[in-house]
Design a protein around this ligand. Sequence first.
Ligand SMILES: [Zn+2]
Ligand SMILES: [Zn+2]
Length: 147
Amino acid sequence: MSSLSIRYCKNCSKPFNYKVSPYCPKCIIAIDEAFEKCRNYLEKNRLATIKELSEETEVSEKIILLLLKEGRLSMEGNKELRCESCDKPIDSGRYCLECTVKKHNELSYVKSSLRPGDRSTSKTQGATGKERMHFIPKSKKKDEEEE
Ligand SMILES: [Zn+2]
Ligand SMILES: [Zn+2]
């Protein structure tokens, strides 16, 4: 019986039975513990670098970066984490504020000017059926309005 879906843990690469997280149950616990440790340390040392944090908490830099990318941790003192778009140093997440805003704008632009078949919309899931909009003509009676 194999309705189980086996994934490889994003952290330790061991196969495990996938449920919701990209990490195996062991790593989920380990990462949670690491997160707690890092958060505690950062509360007292706001400007710690990743290196310091790693040394003080014995959490590997890999996991710290992972927590930063997921936006769970945010470090003012880190220089390692960079915006994936413009390479500017950032505190947390994957993009700097500017790029986040830019991306958001691009996205809503794509959505509002969605013309299927016109211009292949980049990698961002553009023209999936979900996104298609139904325009209700304004001349219709008000009580027929739908979202
Ligand atoms: Zn794992
Ligand atoms: Zn950026």
